[in-house]
Structures are given as structure tokens and as C-alpha cells.
Design a protein around this ligand. Structure first.
Ligand code: AG3
Length: 286
């Protein structure tokens, strides 16, 4: 039970729906050049990072999100070597990319240096050893600017953005997706998070429509992230052609790459996450 004097972080997930997290200790509250950044120790879910009042991660469930954003497309690729991660200033997505032994270079392009520094100082369980990894090249810049002069450069491009308001908005629009297609190699694949189909109808539809107008193949898939609005989270993967692997092929790749003891992603989850409930299919038909 909440007592008088307890301290809470409260996210307004949508109008009329709020998520409360009891806070043991506030660690950082900072107005950065781009947004308001908070890091705090929660009572039950480890440390939490929030941007502009929205939960970006908690230590308890960040792996569910980062594994699902990264492994489906990486496993679909035969030999991913050069990867770009746009956003994801906490480093969780880069950490997951680095699990794939074929990876030689990860360009990590984050707009807000303060987020990277906050993760370095307070979220070592998330960013782990990535700052020391010679394969990682951290670039502080807006993703769309850094990508502008690239071509045919990446095997995988992963966009780990915030909700499509504020600095992340251009990352959900068609001109950005056109750039993404151009910077990928012919076999290259793209993935991004696209919100919850339960509340963010327009966001999910917009991503699906805008991606579909640029890439020949687009697929939405779902995962569970308890501290995000509704818990049901959508991701999209896109490319010239999406490799349809069967269960034994996925299992083989996961074993070869040492992707065996993850917290959320597994070969079975890979396949089942592409099965969409009727309400999500209907959303995409409009
Ligand atoms: N990126 C997606 C967070 C979206 C959460 N939305 C919300 N709480 N309303 C998170 C970045 C983690 N690397």
C-alpha cells in the first residue's frame, strides 16, 4: 500500500491511464539539450530511465525489449558484419548486437550525449562492457544527419527511438525510411520499435504504412515489455526480402551464435512473435 511521503514516478501512458513506480532514490534529473532525463532506483524493478516523462527502461525488463528489437533481424541475416544502431542511448541494443560473433563494427548513433553518459554512470547492467569494445563506434549526432551521406553500407540498421513525439519524430516518417533503404546493402535488414497496438493505433499504422511504401517487404511482430504502455509492444522488420527461416534453421543459428540463454528471445518466440492477433491485423488493414 502506498503511504504518505512515498515517492513515485508517474507516466501518463495515454490520457486517463497512468503508470506508477515507487522510487527508493532519485539518482539523476537533468534537462538535456533535447529532453528531460530521469534515472531512479525503483522499489521493485531495479533502476529506471525515463525521457520526457516516459519510461525508457527498467533493469527488470529491458532485456525483453532489447532482445526483441535486435535478434529477429540479426538471426534472419546469414552473416551480419556491419550494423548501425540509431538511438538507444542506454546501450542495451548495442549490447545485444554484439552477441552475434560475425559482427565486426557497430556504429552507434545517438543524438543526446547526456543519455549515454547517464547510462555509463548509472546503468552498467544495461551498457555492460560496450564502451570498451573495439567494435563499437559511438557517434553523437542526429541519426538522419549521420546517415545522409552513406550508401550500401550496412547489413543491419536498427532504430531504437522513443515515442514519435519530440526529437524522435523524423525517425517514423517516409523520408527517413527512404534513407534507411539506401544505406542498407542489398540483403540488408531494418528493424524498429513502433509502440503498442493497444493504445498507439496511429503510430503502429503509420509505421506500417510508411515502411510499406518504401521497402518491398515489411512484417510486424510483437513482444511483451511489462513497464511499457499496455505491456504489448510492436516492432517492425523490413528489407528487400525477408528470410523465412523454419524452427530448426533458427535453432541452428542460435546455437552457432551462442544465443541460448537469453531472457525473452528464443527460436520459438522468434516464430510466434510474427503471429498477430486479429485486432492487430485489423488495425493494419486500415
Ligand atoms: N525505446 C522505446 C521506448 C518507448 C517507451 N514508451 C513509453 N514508455 N511511453 C526505449 C529505449 C531503450 N533502449
Amino acid at each position: 500500500m502506498a503511504k504518505k511521503g512515498d515517492s513515485f514516478f508517474i507516466e501518463e501512458q495515454v490520457e486517463g491511464v497512468h503508470f506508477h513506480l515507487k522510487i527508493k532514490q532519485w539518482l539523476l534529473r537533468q534537462k538535456t539539450r533535447y529532453q528531460e532525463l530521469i534515472v531512479a532506483e525503483t522499489e521493485d524493478l531495479g533502476r529506471m530511465m525515463a525521457l520526457d516523462g516516459k519510461v525508457m527502461l527498467t533493469e527488470a525488463d529491458e532485456a525483453y525489449y532489447h532482445e526483441m528489437l535486435v535478434h529477429p533481424l540479426m538471426v534472419m541475416l546469414d552473416n551480419p558484419q556491419t550494423v548501425a544502431v540509431i538511438g538507444g542511448g542506454d546501450g542495451g541494443s548495442v549490447r545485444e548486437v554484439l552477441r552475434h560473433p560475425s559482427v565486426k563494427k557497430v556504429y552507434w548513433v545517438e543524438i543526446d550525449e547526456a543519455v549515454v553518459e547517464a547510462s555509463r554512470s548509472f546503468l552498467s547492467s544495461v551498457c555492460m562492457g560496450i564502451f570498451e569494445d573495439p567494435r563499437v563506434d559511438l557517434i553523437i549526432a542526429p541519426g538522419e544527419e549521420w546517415l545522409a551521406d552513406k550508401e550500401d553500407a550496412f547489413d543491419a540498421l536498427i532504430v531504437d527511438g522513443t515515442d514519435p513525439i519530440g526529437p524522435a519524430l523524423p525517425l517514423f516518417e517516409q523520408p527517413f525510411f527512404e534513407m534507411c533503404r539506401r544505406v542498407l546493402k542489398a540483403h540488408g535488414l531494418f528493424s524498429m520499435q513502433c509502440g503498442t497496438p493497444f493504445y498507439f493505433h496511429n503510430e503502429v499504422r503509420m509505421v506500417n504504412r510508411n515502411l510499406g511504401s518504401v521497402f518491398p517487404q515489411v512484417k510486424l511482430y510483437l513482444g511483451y515489455v511489462p513497464t511499457y504502455p499496455s505491456g504489448l509492444w510492436a516492432y517492425a522488420v523490413a528489407g528487400e526480402r525477408l528470410n523465412e527461416l523454419n524452427l530448426s534453421e533458427i535453432r541452428k543459428r542460435c546455437e552457432q551464435r551462442g544465443l541460448t540463454n537469453l531472457r525473452y528471445y528464443s527460436p520459438e518466440i522468434h516464430l510466434s512473435s510474427f503471429v498477430l492477433p486479429p485486432f492487430v491485423q485489423e488495425l493494419l488493414e486500415f
